[in-house]
Design a protein around this ligand. Structure first.
Ligand code: ACO
Ligand code: V55
Length: 320
């Protein structure tokens, strides 16, 4: 458990709920634009929560209409224009430290919950989180070109990592905003849901993650991110080392118990269920609902078509 005084409360808000730490940008009147103060508070908060047991899953979101409307153009850019280089570098470093140095390999699972506007400087923390869910209605964009800078602070790096070259060039060059639904289509977020369901869906996802072994889950997220930049031989070697590390760190019992439940007791099927010391739970099948829906839609369309055809024919005949 972290010991020192909780560092949030002004521009960052934290709410704890059964293992979830809901971390909010909290400058709604400024659409959560990231000021120097906010970056400092966020850095301290993220560092603090890394060793706080109340946080097993960290959710990053924004209060009010925005996730975050990018960096604060007044406070982060204009006001620092005439500061010495060393001050500017310090300000940047404080931002980077939380936006991706801490968050990318964070020791807890992280979810970005994109509740509204997310521009420019919001992209690095969005992409640094392990998972992301957006409101369909959210407006998201690399708006830097619109006001005259190259997307920096790793905003464009974040997008090209997640969405590929064509998508990134299009949105970085045009500066057009896109919806949460489009963000899901491009892989910037895992899924988009109506804003009214955003928090419930995020909570559900966090709960799924909390049924896993914390140590092993941490190993999974860190290794997946690291191996993306490795060759196959290095990756294989590294992964075996990390498997051993996770067992050494506290993943051993989970593995042993699960193998017994599957191989000996026949009470657990790892392909469809999750095993933890609290029991076995059946996993939701991703894509099943969507497939069903489109099948239904297809069937409806087909039915309509066949219903329409004779009617059309009859109308034609009547005209004759
Ligand atoms: N920097 C500084 N102030 C900001 C920012 C920002 N990025 N975003 C919003 N604000 C302030 C506004 O200046 C305004 O302040 P005021 O009430 O003191 O005048 C307040 O927040 C509300 O903003 P409005 O524009 O009035 O809100 P509206 O809901 O109409 O629009 C929107 C919201 C679309 C987010 C708009 O504020 C906007 O375009 N903001 C800038 C988005 C952006 O491009 N950010 C920079 C990305 S690039 C980078 O981060 C490096
Ligand atoms: C951006 C963000 C920065 C920065 C410079 O384009 C540019 C966004 C997160 O910090 O220092």
């Amino acid at each position: 458990m972290a010991a020192s005084k909780e560092p949030w409360g002004k521009t960052v808000l934290v709410e704890f709920e059964d293992g979830i730490a809901w971390v909010y940008f909290n400058r709604p009147e400024k659409r959560n634009a990231m000021s120097i103060e906010l970056n400092r508070e966020m850095r301290a908060t993220i560092e603090y929560l890394a060793t706080d047991d109340r946080c097993r899953v960290l959710v990053l979101s924004g209060k009010g209409e925005a996730f975050a409307a990018g960096m604060d153009l007044q406070d982060y850019f204009r006001a620092t224009d005439n500061e010495p280089d060393t001050t500017l570098l310090q300000v940047r470093r404080e931002t980077e430290e939380w936006q991706w140095r801490w968050l990318r390999m964070y020791p807890k699972a992280t979810i970005a919950m994109i509740n509204g506007y997310a521009f420019g400087g919001a992209f690095a923390p969005l992409a640094a989180c392990d998972l992301a869910i957006a409101a369909e209605e959210a407006k998201i964009g690399l708006s830097e070109i619109n006001w005259g800078i190259i997307p920096g602070g790793n905003a464009s790096k974040a997008m090209v990592d997640m969405c590929g070259m064509r998508n990134t060039l299009y949105y970085a060059m045009t500066g057009e905003p896109f919806s949460g639904a489009k963000a899901a289509e491009m892989g910037l977020v895992n899924e988009a849901v109506p804003l009214s369901r955003l928090k419930a869906r995020t909570r559900e996802l966090a709960k799924t993650l909390m049924e896993k072994n914390d140590t092993t889950l941490r190993g999974v997220k860190v290794t997946v991110k690291r191996i993306a930049e490795m060759d196959w031989d290095t990756s294989a070697d590294y992964l075996y080392a990390k498997i051993s590390e996770a067992i050494h760190f506290g993943g051993a019992n989970n593995r042993k118990g699960a193998m017994k439940a599957f191989l000996d007791d026949k009470k657990f099927r790892p392909g469809l269920q999750n095993y933890s010391d609290k029991g076995v739970s059946t996993l939701k099948e991703q894509g099943a609902k969507a497939a069903k829906k489109s099948a239904k839609k297809g069937a409806k369309k087909a039915a309509k078509k066949t219903a329409k055809k004779p009617a059309k024919k009859a109308a034609k005949a009547a005209r004759k």
